[in-house]
Ligand binder design. Sequence first.
Ligand code: OGA
Ligand code: MN
Length: 279
Amino acid sequence: METITTKKLNDKVGVEFVGVTADQLRNDDSLAVAVLDALEERGVVLFRKIDADDQSQVDFCRKLGPLNNFKDHPPYETEEVMEISFSPSNPTAAYLKSNDFWHTDGLLDDHAAKTAVLSARVVADKGGETEFASTYEAYDALTDDEKERFENVRVIHSFEAVQRHSYENPTAEQIEEWNARRPGREHPLVWTHSTGRRSLVLGATASHIVGMDVEEGRALLKELVDRATTPDRVYRHTWAVGDMVLWDNSGLLHRACEFDRKEPRRMHRSTITGSSVGQ
Ligand code: OGA
Ligand code: MN
């Protein structure tokens, strides 16, 4: 492999791999190794305007690990690609509103997403950026006393909790449907990775802390997200059509920024599965 030029996206998070082509995604196996290292080190990897089609995206992602199959959603072009859009024809659009709140993907699944990938196909004229903040940094910035207090804390995550951010006064039917669709799950607050590094497991799916007054637990969880996502800790990606971004879902929070939902913003999403985050 030729040496690839890389550029940090900011002090805390992210690196751009400059000038990589869709052809390299398919054919250059050493690229996958470099990307895995960069994800571990910098959390976010950007290929600016790489213009990868679905098949190139999937072929590359397969080199990073097993992919989620989105069979439950009508397939877009391949079953390993899901559409993130608010188009009336997208059956998952109603649930995607909550992407606007800091979250970790897949905490309600058997295995959370290890790496998540978005390619921009249509971008919003205004807004619609995606923001990322490191939960390793969030852990490291805790006081020693907090590190000790949080050691064995467990948190309940639920689909109801995440959807309530978008639907503040849900009907009984909505709540029933959410809970039937996705049962809640318990995760530790502090996750020790196989590398020995530690991060916080946070985000909009977090409902309450086990064994703590519900409101008190919620206030603590909110405070931790606020501290993890102060502007100096965040990388905000402003999308151009053709950009492809990968992120280490087990060590980052992310969210979508506001935009006019009538705009046809469309992302093509793949998920490398199999993280043991929060188990
Ligand atoms: C996601 C997600 C954010 C965005 O696909 O998991 O949170 O900006 N997307 O679309
Ligand atoms: Mn997400």
